[in-house]
Design a protein around this ligand. Structure first.
Ligand code: ZN
Length: 279
């Protein structure tokens, strides 16, 4: 199953992990989340791999979490790996939603942020909501000129995606604009605020990303792991982890409010409605 949605290959000392649901703009269902986790673990366990590159097949990096494709699998149970919480299936209401998102969204993203090998995101086209979370947990981001970024979930009444890194990666002022308007911003703007490392033409995206990854791969592996951990620890000292924990509770207050007033935790927005609203 995992082979269907994520491809794994190696190029010298680089593991190239590719989300492979281009038909759905690489919308992440749980099958993809666990396949990504398996691929990352494989790369970590392979002493021949120094750096991981995360890519999306087709025209878009990722349009976000799967909230409407035929393979949506939110009701499916997978062996849990990210947090020591109970399984969401067979539970109701906020209990169910909290358990699932702790594991599949926040927990998995944090787990990947803490991989001991550097991860480089290679981003083209849409990098939206859950896609933005995925790019943010990567250490470096190379963006094509056609890349665009957005967190539009305030349209659902929700104050940002589950992995709430916004004030740290965007700065508080721009974070407010991105959240309050839900509008897209382009690769150039992302570069100006320091959210991405490189902006390159679309046809140079792969070569520029692999080139950067290869340069990182030449460094001593333990030193790299320590340097990555050093930055992560300092980000956490700057409040990232604690901030994210407190905002996750607000996120779930919003889901619960939506469910209470309309019996729909996404306030009536499916993938199509979100896409329309963003255009
Ligand atoms: Zn949520």
């Amino acid at each position: 199953m995992s082979d269907d949605v994520v491809r794994y290959e190696t190029r010298d000392r680089i593991a190239l992990v590719t989300m492979d649901r281009p038909r759905y703009r690489n919308a992440q269902n749980s099958a993809m989340t666990y396949a990504l986790d398996t691929a990352f673990t494989r790369a970590v366990d392979d002493p021949g791999v120094a750096v991981i590159v995360l890519a999306g097949a087709g025209d878009h990096f990722s349009a976000g979490h799967d909230i409407g494709t035929p393979e949506r699998d939110a009701d499916t149970s997978f062996p849990r790996r990210a947090v020591p919480w109970w399984d969401h299936t067979g539970r109701d209401g906020a209990d169910r939603r909290f358990a699932r998102e702790m594991e599949v969204y926040l927990g998995m993203c944090r787990r990947w942020r803490e991989l001991p090998k550097p991860v480089v995101a290679m981003v083209q086209g849409a990098c939206v909501a859950g896609g933005l979370m995925l790019a943010w947990v990567c250490d470096l981001i190379v963006a094509a000129e056609d890349a665009f970024f957005a967190d539009p979930v305030l349209r659902m009444g929700i104050p940002g995606v589950e992995y709430f890194a916004h004030p740290w990666v965007l700065g508080p002022r721009f974070a407010r604009e991105v959240l309050f308007t839900g509008e897209r911003f382009g690769a150039r703007r992302a570069y100006e605020i320091g959210m991405v490392n490189r902006v390159v033409p679309r046809d140079a995206l792969e070569s520029a990303t692999l080139d950067l990854a290869a340069r990182v791969a030449g460094m001593p592996p333990f030193g790299l792991a320590l340097a990555k951990r050093a930055v992560n620890l300092c980000e956490d000292q700057m409040g990232l982890r604690a901030g994210m924990d407190s905002v996750f509770n607000l996120h779930h207050l919003a889901h619960a409010h939506n469910a209470e007033v309309s019996a729909d935790p996404l306030a009536g927005f499916d993938a199509r409605a979100m896409k329309r609203a963003a255009e």
